[in-house]
Design a protein around this ligand. Sequence first.
Ligand code: ADE
Length: 239
Amino acid sequence: MRFDVVSLFPGWVASVADWGITGRARDRGLLSLHGWDPRDYTHDRHRTVDDRPYGGGPGMVMKVDPLRQAIQAARHADPRPARVIYLSPQGRPLDQAGVQRLATLPRVILLAGRYEGIDERLIQLEVDEEWSIGDYVLSGGELAAMVLIDACARLLPGVLGDALSAAQDSFSQGLLDCPHYTRPEVVDGLAVPEVLLSGDHGRITGWRRKQALGRTWERRPDLLAQQELSEADCRLLEE
Ligand code: ADE
């Protein structure tokens, strides 16, 4: 999967692939990141990318032209069509279903804004989708772009060691994840639940499902409300 990132700090966003799973994805040739700095598409001495807002008010707005030319340059750098995604607090809340769809695309151009925002006409002319990573305001879209890249990269076939890991993730089944344990068996008097030592895979699967349902019910009832519970799930919850 190829990501092109249009940002005033393209090297910062690209550094998401310097470590960990995203680094492994890049080293295996499954992920590539390319940065485009809108300042490289300005024509004045100060390399100006922003201007005062029409109508007045605080802050500055990113101008159409440098961003548009950077996006066009990114589009033409590869023959495959790209979806252009703008990261902003006004976007649709990013969720695992959204990430799963994006991870099937061969190419994505990410647009990270700064200042008060970008000129609305750039969004109308060039942007296909607008996503938010949560109801809080960052000082720019770069961290949001890195979140999106990381979430997609770990779903690319061949990136995670165990293909089941992604399928069993929190949210991929619409529920929060169950608790996990590893050695030692007892830590400060806290023992690993007996069922996990039983070797009985049927019981273990049932226990994990029940934990996932219980946690989701306690912590995220909004997620549970969207689920159709099977009869087996209802029996688990009655046990
Ligand atoms: N840019 C600033 N805040 C953001 C957010 N919450 N999500 C995505 N992009 C942003």
